[in-house]
Design a protein around this ligand. Structure first.
Ligand code: THU
Length: 163
């Protein structure tokens, strides 16, 4: 028997330490929280994706009275990006959330289903996606979803598919 440890790198920084492009992406995610439809959880999440060619698209969580029919901000955003710009890689994704009229102090991380969709997007475009998780007190940055989903199931686990 052996133990295997998986280490994961998460950079913690403050807003002031980000460059202008990063601040702009986080700004777009924060703005998107205002377009959330979250009457049930009252947790408004926004996401913004930076695509190749410097296009930014954003989305928010959209809830439903039949709870599982709703979707998270990350999936809204990535599916929108992929359907509008299927040929543009997603280079970065920022996520912000507010509740009770205030942005959260410590970052919230994507749910399992969103992590899986982010992984598929990285694999589809064959490049890692930098992810910014915004909080007013600290911001987490990871270089790839693999830092948040280290033991993952992806397309390489399936028999080879025709592209
Ligand atoms: N939610 C997101 O949109 N993204 C996350 O990363 C976590 C959770 C949404 C789903 C639901 O509308 C609400 O937040 C509460 O779970």
């Amino acid at each position: 028997m052996e133990n295997r440890n998986i280490t994961t790198k998460i950079t913690v920084c403050s807003y002031d330490e980000l460059n202008e492009e990063e601040k702009k992406l986080i700004g777009a995610a924060k703005e998107a929280t205002n377009r959330s439809y979250a009457p049930y959880s009252r947790f408004q999440v926004g996401a913004a994706a930076l695509l190749a060619g410097d296009i930014v698209v954003s989305g928010s969580n959209q809830e439903n009275a039949a709870y599982p029919s709703g979707t998270c901000a990350e999936r809204t955003t990535l599916f929108y990006a992929n359907s509008q710009y299927p040929d543009r890689a997603v280079k970065a994704l920022a996520i912000a959330a507010q509740t009770g009229g205030e942005f959260i102090a410590h970052p919230t991380a994507p749910c399992g289903a969103c992590r899986q969709v982010i992984l598929e997007t990285e694999e589809r475009y064959k490049q890692p996606m930098r992810i910014y998780l915004y909080g007013t007190e600290e911001i987490f940055v990871v270089d790839s979803i693999r830092s948040l989903l280290p033991l993952c199931f992806g397309k390489n686990d399936l028999p080879e598919q025709a592209e």
